[in-house]
Write a protein that binds this ligand. Structure first.
Ligand SMILES: NC(=O)c1ccc[n+]([C@@H]2O[C@H](COP(=O)([O-])OP(=O)(O)OC[C@H]3O[C@@H](n4cnc5c(N)ncnc54)[C@H](O)[C@@H]3O)[C@@H](O)[C@H]2O)c1
Ligand SMILES: [Zn+2]
Ligand SMILES: [Zn+2]
Length: 359
């Protein structure tokens, strides 16, 4: 088969690799019908995630059709159309029992982490992928949900919701600032309303993304880097700061922005993957009663979010802006990496080859 292989910082290629096989009775092999690229893949290519070794097939998001299941897979069979969750979970270890799938102790790929695809085992940017613990790591797609909608449930919708909105403890009427209006930030905006956010402020350097944010629930936008960005945000609150600041970029500067804009007693929910240390001013934060949360997505909200997508309550499909065939994978990366010029949100790469990029 063909797959997108990482060859060290800045290097990747779409090349021939061996087909994946069932290696454990709990595995499934899935034919990937649709996949996409995450901001985290760009971090990997920058060298920010050193655990990813050269030779690894990238990608942790995908929708596909099961071609084969291992002998102990019970709830799924060949032919099922499924979402591949970005997190594998055995479903029965101590952490899975707590709903902490991100730290699944099942040792396929690695013990103690749920994020294995495109990280510690081969990922979904390929024609086929081996999925460990298939019963728990795959979600059957109900009729009426398209591949493009479903692929947003592999990672970005649960991430924005669980690590942004739930960890940030958004409450009815809250003012929520989302710093970074990429797909993950937009997913946080699109789900903040589930907990009753009153005002949702999108913040980004990219004006196109700020314009798009209104389609995903943002009520206001502020250009990051404007000299008075903070005053603009404070003017949308009672003057004391936002109730919840969600960081969805992954650089020191935006974490500091989140801390600077939150009200006393408020929450900073860090979602971004950081490649460098970030200064934490505990000497100033404690007396402001600030709560800070971090996290790797668990994906335990995926079944609920899938229901909402099926009911048309979350505009998942609108996140797909550009479409490519598998043979155009490098173009898809280029388009996603130059999002400020190409106006890309999520680039969708699917089996049908020769598809013209569409905006
Ligand atoms: N915690 C998790 O489980 C998890 C899961 C998935 C993704 N992530 C992380 O979430 C982050 C966002 O992912 P994405 O796919 O949306 O990435 P992305 O690169 O598409 O989006 C990042 C956005 O930040 C904006 N930005 C850059 N500098 C900025 C600044 N100074 N001020 C304001 N905005 C700025 C960019 O213009 C862009 O719109 C990444 O760090 C990714 O690794 C975390
Ligand atoms: Zn991701
Ligand atoms: Zn587990």
């Amino acid at each position: 088969m063909k797959a997108l292989v990482y060859h060290g910082p800045g290097e990747k290629s779409w090349q021939d690799v061996p087909d994946p096989r069932i290696t454990h009775p709990t595995d499934a092999v899935v034919r990937v019908d649709t996949t996409t690229i995450c901001g985290t893949d760009l971090h990997i290519l920058k060298g920010d995630v050193p655990a990813v070794q050269p030779g690894r097939i990238l990608g942790h998001e995908g929708v596909g059709t099961i071609v084969e299941v291992g002998s102990s897979v019970e709830s799924l069979s060949a032919g099922d159309r499924v979402i591949i969750s970005c997190i594998k979970s055995c479903g029965h270890c101590a952490n899975c029992k707590l709903g902490l799938y991100s730290h699944c102790l099942g040792d396929e790929g690695a013990s103690g982490t749920g994020w294995v695809f495109g990280h510690l085992i081969d990922g979904t940017q390929a024609e086929f992928v081996r999925v460990p613990y298939a019963d728990n790591s795959l979600h059957r797609i109900p009729p009426g949900v398209s591949d493009e909608e479903a692929v947003m449930l592999s990672d970005i919708l649960p991430t924005g919701f669980e690590i942004g909105v739930v960890n940030g403890r958004v409450k009815p009427g809250d003012v929520v600032a989302v710093i970074g209006s990429g797909p993950v930030g937009l997913a946080a905006m699109a789900t903040a309303g589930l907990y009753g956010a009153g005002t949702i402020i999108a913040i980004d350097t990219d004006r196109n993304r700020l314009e798009q944010a209104t389609r995903f629930g943002a009520t206001h936008s502020v250009v990051s880097g404007s000299p008075d960005w903070r005053e603009q945000v404070l003017a949308l609150t009672d003057g004391a700061g936002v109730d919840v600041a969600i960081e969805a970029v992954g650089i020191p500067e935006t974490f500091t922005m989140a801390v600077d804009v939150v009200r006393p007693g408020g929450s900073v929910a860090n979602v971004g993957v950081h490649g460098k240390p970030v200064e934490l001013h505990l000497e100033e934060l404690w007396i402001r009663n600030i709560t800070i949360s971090t996290g790797l997505v668990n994906t335990n909200s995926t079944p609920m979010l899938l229901k909402l997508v099926a009911q048309g309550k979350i505009p998942a499909g609108a996140l797909a802006t550009h479409r490519f065939g598998f043979d155009q994978f490098l173009d898809a990366y280029d388009t996603f990496a130059r999002a400020s010029e190409t106006r890309a949100l999520k680039v969708v790469i699917s089996r049908r080859t020769g598809a013209a990029p569409q905006t």
